[in-house]
Design a protein. Structure first.
Length: 309
């Protein structure tokens, strides 16, 4: 299968690397020094699950050079979503499928508004990875999972084809018929973890072992759950316990990509990860005091990072 990775950061670089290693035809869309290093030395993956190199790696900063592909996986930061959706248009043919593995819950709708929702399926990933240096991706979590499916839950031949291709890479790949619930379930985990991690600059292990911090983290998960249900999305009744159990079983040293960006003074996914919850809560008359506090405390740093661009 011909697959374009729109964005070659932690998620796009790692999963694209796995897919290329497994024999899929992968085109990496990257830019700057990262692109140059990939072209010259290949894409280097440093992983807790095993290091490897994709060399040569097909990489470009011009999606038009890729031609029509079977699958576009969008893995940019969420604040680049609209630009990414515009950029991938030259790669989309009549049967091309587009799947977002970005954070948040609104990326697919935003992409579909520009390329057509008929091309879009839903996707979610669980992974801790980041660019460590130009051409080098670090992957830190024992978990590496992708879940995807058609919005509306239909079983279609294109989902089966994509499953067959992705399932070659060694990660946990799931085709699901409840992708909206999956997206919000992942959102409850990543948004709450990002909010409290960014405020405290603490690792997951530190967050979960301090009773007072753990209580606030749990409250943040409850806020996302309440908001999802107010929006008509059904989540497991025990999602809070399941999310905390997942956190308890994860590597204690991991951080979210948003926290790494905050610590480095970079622009973050604040709006899609936390601001979106606050704004939807106001629209839906759902109280989100923990996430509202996190948004207010993190916004000055975001504005400072934007001014320094």
């Amino acid at each position: 299968m011909k697959i374009a990775m729109m964005g070659t950061g932690g998620v796009g670089g790692y999963f694209g690397g796995l897919l290329a290693k497994s024999g899929q035809d992968v085109i990496f869309i990257a830019r700057g020094h990262h692109l140059q290093a990939i072209r010259e030395k290949g894409l280097h993956i440093k992983s807790v699950l095993g290091d490897f190199v994709v060399s040569p790696a097909h990489a470009t900063d011009n999606p038009s050079e890729a031609g029509i592909v079977d699958l576009v996986i969008v893995a940019t930061k969420t604040y680049h979503t609209d630009d990414a959706a515009q950029a991938i248009k030259p790669m989309i043919g009549a049967d091309t499928v587009v799947m977002s593995l970005q954070n948040g819950v609104d990326a697919a709708t935003r992409i579909g508004a520009l390329v057509g929702m008929d091309h879009v399926i839903g996707g979610a990933t669980w992974l801790s990875a980041a660019i460590e240096a130009p051409g080098v991706i670090g992957q830190y979590s024992q978990f590496r999972r992708i879940a995807f499916g058609e919005f509306g839950g239909k079983k279609t031949p294109r989902v089966e084809r994509i499953y067959d291709a992705l399932n070659t890479c060694g990660a946990t790949i799931e085709r699901v018929d409840n992708i909206d619930s999956i997206l919000w379930t992942k959102y409850a985990f990543i948004a709450s973890f990002a909010a409290i991690g960014c405020l405290t600059r603490a690792t997951l292990g530190e967050l979960r072992r301090v009773p007072e911090t753990r209580s606030v983290l749990t409250a943040a998960i409850r806020e996302v759950k309440a908001l999802a249900e107010a929006r008509g999305v059904t989540l497991d009744a025990d999602i809070v316990d399941k999310t905390m159990a997942f956190m308890d079983g994860s590597d204690p040293g991991i951080k979210t990509s948003m926290q790494r960006d905050v610590e480095a003074g970079r622009v973050t996914e604040l709006e899609s990860m936390i601001g979106y919850i606050v704004h939807l809560g106001q629209e839906s008359n759902v109280q989100t005091p923990v996430m509202g506090f996190a948004y207010a405390m993190l916004k000055p740093g975001q504005l400072r990072a934007l001014e320094n661009l």
